[in-house]
Design a protein around this ligand. Structure first.
Ligand SMILES: *Cc1c(COP(=O)(O)O)cnc(C)c1O
Length: 431
């Protein structure tokens, strides 16, 4: 009994501290994270988290699904409309599972797929080390252009023509500038293949209209996570503008890749979608403005920020080369001591072996934007970076200033005031 009490106290302590630090006092610059709105959070804790609904809405293999059927159709329609797609399927429980479902339908084991090179930001799921490899699909890298920090279009067209892949994957985890969807989709279509665009990072920017919508440039299908620049619950989505492909993929998600699809995500995703419809344009614009402001401010403080000749960034991300300042691993851990959370990252010229101590830091502005920060705050964050990484001030001292600074940004912006609705949560019902 005492044992259980101790363990429970420990669980509550760890969870409580994580909540407090990450929500109230850290400056979070992890480019793949975000926070849900209060209203989305309220509907997130629901009975749906206890249930199954195998199959498609209104054609389930389970009883008791009438409310999730209706909600899933409503949410899919909202997501499709926002992304200017014909169809959406929300059952993949993550972006990786969304990729798996699409890749598996487009290619058989032994077939080839051409992907953006890792230097251009490919995600591990696109590679032989990740989902693509697990499916037995052969990875062919498209060539890279260092000056453009992007896929080398001319040589990529040659690779597609000679290798004849079943599909091309663009979109990534570390990229400042849009990949060449139009050029490569024409090439892959001319040999009967498909273009998959992985918008895990940029879905919110696409919906907000500040990142080009891949469907307008010839993409056949978009896969994404629903929790990065799109600030919903952790989950995945596949967006289609090709009805045939939708039919082929959606009939395999269950049973190939999910059994239950974490149903409680669905109403929270719907709330997030509505909030993105209402506020997404302002939100997305501010995210990219902030990324550019942060890049400029860091450069002004003496940092080596990538992409200067191209205006630093068009996405929510900023890449900084900190090799001369002790490397990415050390820099990221010093910043963490000061309450600024970032991830170390390979830069285009780093060898793959450098993954545990790469030259770079990847920063994302989507979460600080959601806390209401703008240009001035980006300048302040850049000053903190300088204090810690260039001037060698003690991270503990800087941490006090970070906490003080963060006190003015305690409310989530670009969302509906939850007091406008009376929400009875599952917890209220049980108390
Ligand atoms: C984050 C990411 C994924 C994986 O998403 P999960 O939802 O974590 O599975 C897939 N593709 C890209 C490009 C990503 O950045």
């Amino acid at each position: 009994m005492i044992e259980a009490d101790n363990i429970i106290s420990n669980i509550l302590e760890l969870t409580g501290r994580a909540n407090l630090e990450r929500i109230k006092s850290n400056v979070n610059l992890i480019a793949s994270e975000n926070v849900m709105s209060p209203l989305a959070l309220k509907v997130y804790i629901s009975d749906f988290m206890h249930r199954y609904a195998e199959g498609k809405p209104f054609k389930r293999y389970y009883q008791g699904t009438r409310y999730i059927d209706e909600l899933e159709v409503l949410t899919s329609d909202l997501m499709a409309r926002l992304a200017k797609a014909k169809r959406a399927d929300l059952r993949p429980v993550s972006g990786t599972i969304a990729n798996a479902a699409v890749f598996r339908v487009l290619a058989d084991p032994g077939d080839r797929a051409a992907i953006a090179p890792v230097q251009a930001g490919a995600h591990v799921s696109h590679t032989k080390f990740g989902t693509l490899g697990a499916l037995g699909i052969v990875q062919v890298d498209l060539p890279y252009n260092e000056d453009e920090m992007n896929v080398d279009v001319d040589n990529a067209l040659k690779v597609i023509d000679s290798v004849k892949p079943k599909f091309v994957v663009l979109g990534g985890s570390v990229y400042l500038f849009p990949h060449p969807v139009k050029e490569l989709s024409e090439a892959i279509h001319s040999i009967g293949g498909k273009l998959v665009y992985d918008a895990a990072h940029v879905l919110g920017l696409i919906i907000g209209g500040v990142w080009r919508n891949p469907f307008n440039h010839g993409a056949d299908v978009i896969t994404a996570s629903t929790h990065k620049t799109f600030p919903g619950p952790q989950g995945g989505v596949i967006l289609f503008n090709d009805e045939q492909l939708y039919k082929r993929v959606s009939k395999t998600i269950f049973p190939w890749f999910v059994s239950n699809h974490h149903l409680h995500r669905i109403p929270a995703t719907a709330i997030t979608a509505i909030e993105m419809e209402l506020y997404g344009e302002d939100y997305a614009r501010q995210i990219v403005d902030n990324a550019r402001s942060l890049a400029e401010a860091l450069a002004a403080q003496g940092f080596n920020v990538l992409g200067e000749s191209k205006g630093y960034t068009q996405s929510h991300q900023v890449l900084v080369d900190v090799k001369k300042l002790g490397g990415g691993a050390k820099a990221a851990s010093l910043l963490e001591e000061a309450g600024i959370i970032v991830n170390k990252n390979l830069l285009p010229w780093d060898p793959p072996e450098a993954v545990s101590d790469p030259s770079g830091l990847r920063l994302g502005t989507q979460e600080v934007t959601r806390w209401g920060m703008k240009r001035d705050e980006m300048a302040q964050i850049a000053e903190f970076f300088r204090d810690i990484l260039i001037d060698g001030k003690s991270p503990r001292e800087v941490k006090e200033k970070v906490i003080e600074f963060r006190k003015n940004f305690q409310e989530i912006h670009y969302c509906i005031d939850p007091k406008r609705y009376k929400v009875e949560t599952l917890l209220d019902l049980l108390n």
